[in-house]
Design a protein around this ligand. Sequence first.
Ligand SMILES: *Cc1c(COP(=O)(O)O)cnc(C)c1O
Length: 330
Amino acid sequence: MTTSHHHDQFRSLPITYDDIVQAHERVRDQAHHTPVLTSETANRISGAELFFKCENFQRMGAFKFRGAYNALSQFTPEQKRQGVVAFSSGNHAQAIALSARELGMRAVIIMPEDAPAVKIAATRAYGGEVVLYNRYTESREVLGQAYANEQGLTLIPPYDHPHVMAGQGPAAKELFEEVGALDYLCVPLGGGGLLSGCALVAKTLSPACHVIGVEPAAGNDGQRSLASGSIVHIETPNTIANGAQTQHLGQFTFPVIQACVDSILTVSDQELVDTMQFFASRMKIIVEPTGCLGAAVALGKQLDLRGKKVGVILSGGNIDLRRLASYFSE
Ligand SMILES: *Cc1c(COP(=O)(O)O)cnc(C)c1O
């Protein structure tokens, strides 16, 4: 592994490898160093040697704790005194609420009033002040900005922020440090916070590694953006991968993805269900639909991975058990 090379072509990007190293130090005592699992059955299916980085075992159940904590821990004393505001109905909400609690800050989380009750409850349980809004009549951006302006809170977006992006990178850094150089790295893609951080790590620690972003087939805006060279906007995609229902990549994530990602592939909801079932039945782990995006490619037929060493980020495991069961009963 080359650890000393700092590529000139990456120096002008919104984040650097050094930012990721510093984020790792900052978050080390708070985030779990998640395990890397292997499976003979998965290796037999793919013909490859697969290494699953289990961020479904991260605190609050997804990698998003890493980026949220990295961002909040860099607030100025004044920002810390006032607190943070975020809008999300998913893992970002819980990540911000938990990080704020650990840092002794106030967190206001703006969620749609029809968000699943379990998610609202989980966010409140981590100490977040949940503000409900009507998705059809109110804009969460306007509401978030109002809280930021009137109450002096700092708005932290789910992916398009350099501190959030750098904070996600250590998920891949830990993987490379544990298993060495890889031929491929498959990473779930929504807005690109996770992919940008992980891809920069891959190109720094294992330059020959092919970095593959994987998004739901219902919304291949990332794939189209990479092909066209500018950020493509789409309607909210209809998919069970609710952590990847983003409408576009970010202004900060996109240049990193352009510089460090080799290709973006898509998978169907049925492939995600099959992959969830594989993890539950063969590896005895629960991975949420979005968390299965990279694995669906690694276990599928789109790439010939025979004889290759392949890393796969399992990005999260938060799914309602009744919902999970419903996917498995036809
Ligand atoms: C948010 C999320 C993603 C997508 O992450 P981005 O940084 O938006 O690309 C993937 N998987 C899970 C479980 C998530 O919560």
